[in-house]
Design a protein around this ligand. Sequence first.
Ligand code: NAP
Ligand code: ZN
Length: 350
Amino acid sequence: MTTAAAYAIDAPDGRFAKTTIERRELGPNDVLIDIKYAGICHSDIHTARDEWHGTAYPCVPGHEIAGIVAAVGSGVTKHKVGDRVGVGCMVDSCGECSSCLAGEESYCLRGATMTYNGRVPEEVQPGGVTFGGYSTQVVVTEHFVLSIPDGISLEQAAPLLCAGITLYSPLRHWNAGPGKQVAIVGMGGLGHVGVKIASALGAEVTVLSHSLSKEADGRRFGARRYYATSDKQTFRELRSRFDLILNTVSADLPINDYMRLLALDGTLVMLGLPDKPVAVQPFTLTGRRRSLAGSNIGGIAETQQMLDFCAEHHIGAEIEVISADRIDEAYERAIASDVRYRFVIDTATI
Ligand code: NAP
Ligand code: ZN
């Protein structure tokens, strides 16, 4: 075991405090990473505050990790000391099920091991729970370590490891590209990267945001149109317009109003994760052969493809770098949508 410094929370209503955690000894297929930056995803907030019920405390969140390889195990071939690397939401999966064999590790039938608050397999560490990126070092099996291309800074790449792949994967799966009308609902951490990627893929992008306050940014990121969902006229004007709608909002939205914005054969994909069920009116589905779907991050090969695509198109997250002692304040500001557009912790401050 080696030790690393980290910021942990020990109760749903607790505050983050500095602590020391253990990282496993480097195995033959493991990579030891000096973490440089860790993004703050809204999922970190849901988990730290136990909003999804099932958080083990103490909890060290962080699944948007960027850093430098510090050491590698004897069998590692994919990475070497000094490489710029990233780790996203998963650190392991069974590697044997049909999903894993198809490169869809995020749909591992046994359940992928999540980067934090994940259950460590019994044979590795009975009762063990994973600790994430709000920390100075992490040990990860090489398959789950991504290469960060030279074209993107580490701090702007970190959020791509979750926000980037969460949007890239459904955009590719539902064929966003030239001639396709794509709407992104909510322009936060996920949404703003989605606008950039969807427009780089050639789709015609519309942002559906609470208000018009971020419109200039949305257009700078590549959106052709920008509408306020607080305005009832938006739902009349955009009826049956979109081939694909990606919903990044975790609040309860009037889902049928959004479904009616889909064209014939259109799909609305749930990415945001409120813990309440959504009640869809079957007539809104049948009327235009519409689909309601969901998508969960993306596989490892696709995550690498996304990073390479972002580097090629000069896409990085828009970030505000903070010191680790400001995590609690950053959570409050993220909840109030007062961030442009992702907080990233500089782990040198831990
Ligand atoms: P975020 O940065 O806080 O952005 C969420 C955006 O939703 C806000 O910027 C805001 O956009 C909009 N919004 C917030 N509150 C709202 C409300 N009450 N009504 C309507 N709109 C509201 O969060 P994020 O990091 O992008 O994460 C978004 C969600 O995705 C979270 O639930 C997270 O857990 C989930 N997630 C899912 C996956 C997956 O694999 N499916 C992966 C990562 C995260 P506007 O101001 O533009 O309206
Ligand atoms: Zn995330």
